[in-house]
Design a protein around this ligand. Sequence first.
Ligand SMILES: Cc1ncc(COP(=O)(O)O)c(C=O)c1O
Length: 390
Amino acid sequence: MSKIRSAKRVSSFADSVFGEMTRLAKLHNAVNLSQGFPDFEAPQAIKDAACTAIQAEQNQYAPPYGTAAFRDAIAQDFTRRYGVPVDPDEQVTVCCGSTEAMMASMLACVDPGDEVIVFEPFYENYGPDAILAGAEPKYVRMREPEWRFDPDELKKAFSNRTRAIVINSPNNPTGKVFTVKELMLIAELCQKWDVLAISDEIYERIVFNGHAHVPMASIPGMADRTITIGGLSKTYSVTGWRIGWAITPASLTGGIRKLHDYLTVAAPTPFHDAGVSALSLPDGFYSQLTADYQRKRDLMLDILGRHGFTAYVPGGAYYVMADVSRFGFSSDSEFAQYLVKEIGVATVPGSSFYIDPSAAPQSVRFCFSKLDDTLYEADKRLARLSVISG
Ligand SMILES: Cc1ncc(COP(=O)(O)O)c(C=O)c1O
């Protein structure tokens, strides 16, 4: 066999279904509700800050772990809102998106042969992140309609081999916001089995009425065993800037910084200043953000309800999962293909968020981080579905 071939470590990874759905959306001129990014503008103040930084010649490598001003802003913001002390010099590392923060954390804190617990349905990167670290992902199912997990299944997933557990709240794809009771159980198990929590809190600012975001690091006994991952992408509608961060126990920071340095050197320089500007936006920005997203969520739920979907109401983030079994397709992938090609709406098949798609419920994920007009257009197109399916 030729040695000019892909390495074994990538052979188990599937091609991204998001890329494929976006390709099909373009081909069929469909409304794209598949990928998780907004089609509306980012706040003017932070765009101005980025342009000013570029014009002021902040165009060479940034300090690898983030500028002091940006790390200070990240630490202060976390402490102010959640009451958890954070030392910007010892505990904050700015990365190329939360994607890199997660990968650097996993590579720096997990050894080959360890196990990493991941809730399913999951954001697509967690399994590959664990596998690239040489670890084995162990999946614990969350079940619709409220996406609760079975505490006994979770307890059984922990063992002496467990090194870390990945939590993502508010959750992609389900919109679940973990309750304090659930976080307390996870915390108790982490402490019992001496396990690290890697908490992806990228949607922390998008939480709807009746729910509250509680960071894992704020649960008693967890600050010293939690890596909190955050970023600018979702809150400030700048997914292309690639700015995220890891807030880590001081004992783990050195390893993560080394990994980050070798992986990417530093995150893009002009966006450190823009990040400071973002984190200094007034509280009104965030209340408006939540109100806007809550309205979009309700619009999306209304559209789905009128066109025959059983949607699971999200408590946070900007996705809705909806059951599609009643449409009579053999799988949700087949339904999603039909939807993009014949109806003109691109979604993501829910089964792609499960390790074994054949054992997943039939659902699709709709992203509602879109202009109202985009959602109205989806509404018009989905109306044809109700006619076709009766
Ligand atoms: C749960 C979750 N984590 C991380 C990311 C990626 O974030 P970033 O743009 O900061 O890499 C996404 C993007 O969709 C996400 O849904």
